[in-house]
Design a protein around this ligand. Structure first.
Ligand SMILES: NC(=O)c1ccc[n+]([C@@H]2O[C@H](COP(=O)([O-])OP(=O)(O)OC[C@H]3O[C@@H](n4cnc5c(N)ncnc54)[C@H](O)[C@@H]3O)[C@@H](O)[C@H]2O)c1
Length: 309
């Protein structure tokens, strides 16, 4: 495979790049920035540019047979601030990518959608791929719109695609001082001896998947021949924030103080994904336990602290 990873220098993309290299594939990365936590890797063809720079993007597609699309210009929490920007920079620019993939006869396009936002408030748990989609943020609407255009381009022009809908990934190279990823953010606060902040009573339930397991699933989405096109990728189990804090205490041996704040209206009470389809059709399963994953993430954060001291 000659793979182009759009957003390959980000959190999930960098782990997918590792997976592709380990499997012996040729890898090109297109990203706006260098990797934040590592030096450039030998053997990767890095191309830098904005997703909206169509000339640079077209150049990066030369000779590629498989495209992994992991660029997203917004976050769920902030996407409602400027929906027009969200649509322009994600939907419209992805349409250009799809046109290029058709005209260049690209073999496969794997799109990273979102299991956490496109379903909205689930009617039943765990959420299967054919559950109703009622996103409650612009980010979820643009992800879903791109999913629909992929189906249209397949129908009209035969574009071969697979969609993955990850739950809540965590792990090394996720920003511990960022605003996304409860486990990394909580561990970052513990490492800095700051209290963990929880909005509400801590009983909000999410589906946490270790990033290596997610990267393995994205890889399988490109390489397994399956008639289905949409796959949830999660752990398949729900954990409350209070359970995460307990696991953090056990793994790190630290006190992990918690400050509870007022509940946020936009937090859906419970989400976890049904991953039966990916298990069967992609022959994929997450293998990292919550404790092991938290331990690996903690190692990364401690190493980061040592480097910065
Ligand atoms: N992290 C999550 O919780 C999560 C959950 C579900 C789905 N996803 C999706 O997975 C994908 C990867 O997410 P991530 O967590 O690795 O994010 P990330 O921000 O760590 O990585 C995204 C990468 O894309 C690059 N990028 C962003 N805008 C760009 C632009 N305009 N032009 C060129 N490059 C640009 C960034 O530089 C970054 O390296 C995204 O599509 C995201 O929506 C993430």
């Amino acid at each position: 495979m000659i793979a182009l990873v759009l957003g390959g220098n980000g959190f999930i993309g960098s782990h997918l790049v590792d997976k592709l290299l380990a499997k012996g594939h040729r890898v090109r990365v297109f990203d706006k920035y260098e990797e934040h936590y590592r030096r450039p890797l030998a053997g990767v063809d890095y191309r830098f540019g904005d997703f909206g720079n169509r000339g640079l993007l077209a150049d990066a597609l030369d000779d590629i047979d498989t495209v992994f699309h992991l660029i997203n210009t917004t976050l769920p929490k902030t996407s409602n601030d400027d929906p027009a920007f969200d649509v322009q920079s994600n939907v419209i620019e992805t349409l250009f990518l799809l046109e290029q993939c058709v005209s260049r006869k690209i073999g496969k396009l794997v799109f990273t959608s979102s299991g956490g936002t496109i379903y909205g408030r689930p009617a039943a748990l765990p959420i299967a791929e054919d559950s109703p989609t009622e996103p409650e943020c612009s980010y979820g609407i643009t992800k879903l719109t791109i999913e629909k255009y992929l189906a249209l381009f397949n129908h009209l022009y035969g574009l071969d695609y697979t969609i993955v809908r990850p739950s809540n990934p965590y792990g090394s190279r996720q920003n511990p001082a960022g605003i996304q990823g409860a486990i990394s953010v909580f561990l970052g606060r513990v490492a800095r001896n700051e209290p963990i902040e929880i909005w509400g009573d801590g009983e909000v339930v999410r589906d946490y998947i270790y990033v290596d397991d997610l990267a393995a699933g994205i890889y399988k989405a490109a390489t397994m021949a399956a008639p289905e096109r949409i796959f949830n990728l999660g752990s398949g189990a729900g954990h409350s924030l209070n359970q995460i804090v307990e696991a953090i205490r056990t793994v790190t041996g630290r006190d992990a103080r918690v400050e509870y704040r007022a509940k946020r209206a936009f937090d859906v009470p419970q989400i976890y994904l049904d991953i039966a389809l990916a298990r069967k059709a992609l022959d994929w399963a997450p293998v990292t336990s919550l404790e092991t994953g938290i331990g690996k993430t903690w190692q990364f954060i401690e190493e980061l602290q040592r480097r910065n001291d």
